[in-house]
Design a protein around this ligand. Structure first.
Ligand code: AMP
Ligand code: ZN
Length: 490
């Protein structure tokens, strides 16, 4: 284990707290996964990549992490928890597909996108449809404890009753009295005793395709239940970290707490973590409004927002230049700036091996290395970490130019630290190894460099210069050195 004092901002206490896992050396972490009825957009990716960084840093420190991220394949309902149509079923009906075909298509897509971003797969990736029995068991437990009631084959969580014994709203800071005062829903229009109640089990209408038999009706689970069932099944009644996007805090995570406390009597999570939203034109990226950009549109450049294509690793670097709890606006200018910074970092890293060691060091590498840890220890502050990595690029250039000196040992520590944080913790990749598109780019540019070399060997400088200039116009900058020609993207 690397001994560091990690502090995590806990959404429930609204404070940064020292991280102490329940079992020393081991971490149980649950993150709400995607609803697989359409492609994930860049906003969803930001949240998943925020937690990839958390997972990677915990592993880097030496924790044995069991990271559970579910696949929501039973579909949330259209409106709120209790009314409307199951989104997967709706998509299946429109596209005339079996619901599980939809689920399979978008699960595969999600995995491919996460792999392009070099995100590590979770340790367990359970599905909601694979845990219907576990969900039904929790419904029964809550009924037995008197915190739920059955109506016409559906089962609802009794928020009022729960709130008499325990507090509903502790995560979101909402008070039940205020919620009641602000509600406009007429009780008479609903099967629910109270508009704040939410479905644990819904009876399926005849046309509803995804349905399972149960003691109450042929139906399907309410959308908050799967995460309670799967998190506690794989991580225990009480576990270390639960994460998700900020928009899931209420009602989803609030209801998860209520369900767990009502069934097992135990508050399930020690550290609640919420990642903030990626916005586009100042508005939250969302599937429903169409205000979003898909990862593939970003990688191919095929979109109306950006002037060029960006490698997945550059997009990830862009996201990590903001803290995960800050809102981040997606824009062409910001991505171009991030790409420049990313290339600067990679270039400096590539220069380290050719630095000439000196007999003394002008740079306190050990203090710098600790400052990289300090940044991550401060609630995973990746923008500060990246600022420290940029400091390292300056010293690399200074040593290369002979303006500063570093010993061989310090150069080795610098390289190892940059490697640890750039590749292990942030999971960046060198361009040229950043997915299918850049592999093709590598080969194509390699071929053009070869042709240019042949032209130069034949003293056909008109052709060799033309290749260089045209590549530059297309955004590919060639760099000649005694070891050959390399390229960077402008
Ligand atoms: P969903 O598939 O809608 O359940 O969303 C999957 C994850 O993406 C959840 O953790 C959401 O909170 C998160 N999410 C949705 N929209 C955004 C956004 N614009 N920015 C960041 N995260 C988001
Ligand atoms: Zn969830």
């Amino acid at each position: 284990m690397i001994q560091q004092e990690l502090r995590i901002y806990n959404s429930i206490s609204k404070e940064k707290e020292v991280f102490n896992p329940i079992t020393p050396g081991a971490v149980g972490m649950y993150v709400c996964g995607p609803t697989v009825y359409s492609n994930v957009h860049m906003g969803n990716c930001r949240t998943f990549l925020s937690f990839d960084m958390v997972f990677r840093y915990l592993r880097h420190l030496g924790y044995k992490v069991r990271y559970v991220r579910n696949i929501t394949d039973a579909g949330h309902l259209e409106n709120d928890a209790d009314s409307g149509e199951d989104r997967i079923a709706k998509k299946a009906r429109i596209e005339q597909l079996e619901p599980m075909e939809i689920v399979q298509r978008y699960t595969v897509d999600f995995h491919q996108i996460m792999a392009k971003f070099n995100a590590l797969p979770p340790s367990i990736e359970p599905t909601a449809t694979g845990h219907i029995i576990e969900q039904q068991r929790i419904v029964q437990e809550i009924l037995d404890k008197g915190y739920a009631y059955e109506k016409n084959g559906s089962v609802y969580f009794d928020v009022m009753k729960f709130n008499e014994d325990q507090e509903y709203g502790k995560l979101s800071g909402r008070k039940l009295e205020d919620m009641i005062a602000n509600t406009r829903e007429l009780a008479a229009q609903s099967e629910k005793k109270n508009p704040q109640d939410f479905a644990l089990w819904k009876k399926a209408e005849p046309e509803h395709i995804m349905r399972w038999p149960s003691p109450w009706s042929d139906g399907f689970p309410g959308w908050h239940l799967e995460c309670t069932a799967m998190s506690t099944k794989y991580l225990g009644d009480k576990f270390d970290i639960h994460g998700g996007g900020m928009d899931l805090k209420f009602p989803h995570h609030e209801c998860e707490i209520a369900q767990a406390e009502a069934s097992s009597g135990i508050s399930p999570v020690n550290y609640w973590m919420h990642a903030n939203m990626l916005t586009l034109n100042g508005k939250k990226m969302a599937k429903s409004t169409g205000n979003n950009i898909l990862p593939e549109e970003l990688f191919s450049g095929n979109n109306n927002i950006l002037s060029k294509a960006f490698a997945p690793t550059v997009a990830k670097f862009f996201m990590y230049q903001a803290h995960y709890r800050s809102i981040l606006d997606f824009s062409n200018d910001a991505l171009i700036a991030s790409e420049k910074g990313y290339l600067r970092l990679m270039e400096a890293y590539g220069m380290i091996d050719s630095l000439k060691p000196g007999s003394t060091s002008d740079f306190d590498v050990a203090a710098w290395r600790q400052s990289c840890y300090d940044a991550m220890n401060d609630d995973f502050n990746s923008p500060i970490l990246i600022a420290h990595l940029f400091d390292a690029t300056k010293i690399v250039h200074a040593v290369a130019e002979g303006n500063q000196s570093m010993t061989a040992d310090d150069i080795a520590t610098l390289k190892q630290t940059m490697h640890d944080f750039m590749f292990d913790v942030l999971g960046l990749e060198a361009v040229g190894n950043a997915g299918d598109d850049s592999d093709t780019l590598d080969k194509t540019v390699g071929l053009l460099i070869e042709l240019r070399n042949q032209a130069r060997a034949n003293k056909d400088f008109a052709t060799s210069d033309s290749i260089r200039d045209q590549l530059a116009e297309a955004g590919v900058q060639l760099k000649d050195s005694k070891d050959g020609t390399t390229y960077t993207l402008k």
